[in-house]
Design a protein around this ligand. Structure first.
Ligand code: CTP
Length: 398
């Protein structure tokens, strides 16, 4: 569930910060990528070295590195994250979050974050019960922050009561529940996905096609459906079963795929164009099987419609995601397609990389939009689909 998730772990100045070490370890073991931000006071409770070692990254405290002036961009961090988890969250930090105070990196990152935010409060029972704290927590709830309720028990003050930060294992469960809730985040939306190879007939027994297996497109359709979207999968030839909850429209030629897409697209919220569509098709399809002669032969081809470019022309507010498979000048070619076809972003497959491409179960891709490029490591096509749909969700929220 947490595999590949980007989590910022914010640590504030509470004695419960010692539990953040275990929490960080559990998140990393579950496959999450964790970056730690600490408030200056948090460093008194747990050392940056401990947290840097457990998270496998330097921790962040200041707006810039005083040694070399390097800027710690809270905006970039906020964009990178799928979840901002503040654990422990003191009464002081929650009060500042509720009122928009931005006097440390942990707080500016909160104000910049577009991702889900969760806090695990930790404090003495009277502080927790105080109307001011309760009022601030209510304000945070209203702002969409998830509160991971503290437990009751022995407190650092020596008193017994509610205020103990939830146990790390319970926080991880709450985080997992949050991500599975997120999976239904596309309910009420409708997407078109194209997948597989088109078949361009030459005569009744021969055709022009390509090596596309359809796996990438089917994985995207499955991920969209898992998150509650209605999905219409316009599929060329593949040997794959239709994913659960997905409506499939089978087509053969580029022309059939073009007609189906033009009909379906206007009623959707967007499309992901994964199909490997033939750019050329025979000018004439022979009615009878072509007989061989003694000499060479050639087949005259004509251009097919560019489906993505056609949809891109009139897409309005709909999202349009494309793929590019390149063997040379990949960045320039991908950027050119991004512009020409009016994609919101393009998924670049580099055929030069081992583990990427048509037939396998893995892929190595980069996500490119008008702002830049994100290179993803080798991963399953299912995980690539999760990244693609995560990026779509981020764009929908804007
Ligand atoms: N595409 C499409 N209709 C076509 C050709 C391509 O919808 N007739 C879509 C693909 O599904 C993919 C994107 O456009 O999302 C890029 O396809 P690609 O074949 O790599 O690019 P082309 O525009 O065909 O350019 P080139 O052949 O020069 O690489």
């Amino acid at each position: 569930m947490l595999k590949g998730k980007h989590i910022i772990l914010g640590i504030t100045g509470s004695i419960a910060a010692y539990k953040s070490a275990v929490l960080c370890r559990l998140l990393v073991s579950a496959g999450a990528e964790v970056r730690v931000i600490m408030t200056p006071l948090a460093k008194q409770f747990i050392t940056p070295l401990t947290m840097a070692t457990l998270s496998q990254h330097p921790i962040l405290v200041d707006f810039f590195n005083p040694e070399n002036g390097e800027w710690n961009s809270h905006v970039k961090l906020g964009e990178w994250a799928d979840l901002y988890l503040i654990a422990p969250a003191t009464a002081n930090t929650m009060a500042k979050m509720a009122t928009g105070v931005a006097d440390n990196l942990l707080l500016t990152t909160y104000l910049s974050a577009r991702c889900a935010v969760a806090v695990a409060p930790a404090m003495d029972l009277d502080m927790y019960a105080h109307t001011a704290t309760q009022r601030n927590m209510e304000a945070l709830r209203q702002d969409g922050v998830h509160i991971i309720e503290p437990g009751s028990g022995f407190l650092a003050s020596g008193l017994q009561g509610k205020g103990r930060m939830a146990e790390p294992a319970d926080i991880v469960k709450a985080v997992e529940a949050l991500f599975s809730e997120k999976k239904k985040s596309l309910e009420g939306r409708h997407y078109l996905v194209t997948a597989g190879a088109t078949i361009e007939p030459i005569d009744p027994v021969r055709y022009i096609s390509n090596h596309s297996s359809g796996k990438m497109g089917y994985a995207v359709a499955e991920e969209l459906a898992r998150r509650g979207a209605r999905v219409t999968l316009v599929s060329g030839r593949t040997s794959l079963d239709c994913p659960k909850g997905v409506e499939r429209v089978d087509v053969l030629s580029a022309e059939d795929m073009y007609k189906a897409c033009c009909e379906i697209f206007p009623a959707t919220d967007g499309a992901v164009m994964c199909a490997a569509v033939a750019d050329y098709t025979p000018q004439v399809v022979a009615e009878q099987k072509l007989k061989k002669g003694d000499g060479d032969m050639s087949i005259a081809l004509k251009r097919t419609h560019d489906i993505a470019a056609t949809l891109g022309k009139d897409k309005g507010a709909r999202l349009l995601v494309g793929f590019a498979m390149e063997t040379e000048n990949e960045q320039t070619n991908a950027e050119d397609k991004l512009r020409r076809k009016n994609f919101d972003f393009i998924v670049l497959n580099s055929l030069r990389v081992e583990g990427a491409g048509f037939r396998g179960d893995t892929n190595v891709v980069s996500l490119i939009d008008g702002e830049g490029r994100e290179d993803l490591p080798l991963m399953t096509k299912g995980d690539v689909a999760i990244h693609i749909v995560d990026k779509m969700e981020k764009l929908i929220k804007l």
